[in-house]
Design a protein around this ligand. Sequence first.
Ligand code: UFG
Length: 361
Amino acid sequence: MPKFKTILVTGGAGYIGSHCVIDLVNEGYDVIAIDNFANAVGDDEGSPALRKAEEITGKKITFYKADLLDKPQINEIFDKHEIDCVIHFAALKAVGESMQQPLLYYQNNLLGMLNLLEVMRSHSCYQMVFSSSCTVYGEPETLPITETHPTGSITNVYGRTKYFIEEMLKDLNTADKNWNIISLRYFNPVGAHPSGLIGEDPTKEFTNLMPFMAQVALGKKPVLTVFGNDYNTPDGTGIRDYIHVMDLASGHVAALNLLNDNHIGLKVYNLGTGKGVSVKELVTVFERVTGTKIPLKYVDRRLGDITAMWADASLAKEELGWCARYSIEEMCTDFWRWQTMNPNGYPKKNVKSSVIMNGTS
Ligand code: UFG
């Protein structure tokens, strides 16, 4: 099989996408990034995250403002570039919003994926890494959770879009053996690039634990609301498997390498550290490494939250040769560096970008 040269990254201006673009460029791949700026900061002049990615890598990154719901536009990009593999991050991802606007989520995440797969097939591009989530497991029956754990009993629409796509990919793989796909189930992505130049900049409300905690540490929010201290866990707060975004990025490169060398059909891997950390534990480490104090307010459990979830990541180690390397301390330090260097996130208006738009400099 020929070595991959050009990788299309959908959602390339987003939090995980932009970190992954850096790793791909550093590995020598030609990256075409697309984004519709639904979750990522950017405008017609480009993406500040990708501009920083260019600064970090010293390489140009081709970028198109493009929407997967606009099939002719995606088709044009595939006509223009010989794309060997797609890493598909683009999706709406706010759990609360997904419950209020299910049709929006089904249209965007499912139809977007269908359009992408059809365009790929019509250009004989059958290689994909798909951005899935540990949310597909629902409430764990056993911990740590392996890839063979049942999926599908999910309590929110966002999670169901990830599950439905995984089911679609199974059907596709059964029907057409050309496809070569890896679905990566992420646990809880946190942290930022160690340079402090790129990181998570939610365009909607801050709902995830680490970004919210950082807002409290910056003095922008008065208190961290802890959702429940009566869980059946050692300290009563919820447990998650937090994974540094740089580790997630390297997981995608490892997946790409496997697809590059093998025809595997469809495979699924957990990307987690294998360690469960409670809300209280994460707050304690964050306070220690950042030298800040996070005032806490305990309230009732958040609807739909599970008690505890952490990965068995041994399959990824065995078959992808990948394992998470960053500690909880590094996750907090790197996130805090990004937040203190960019207290307001990326510049929101009049973004001057050297990123190539529409394929032209
Ligand atoms: N939490 C708080 N206070 C907050 C925010 C979160 O106590 O202000 C707690 C939650 O109750 C949970 C933990 O911190 O125990 C982590 O919550 P996050 O919102 O950071 O992450 P979730 O595990 O709820 O959700 C994340 C992603 C989803 C994904 C899911 C997969 O945000 O997109 O993991 O399990 F679907």
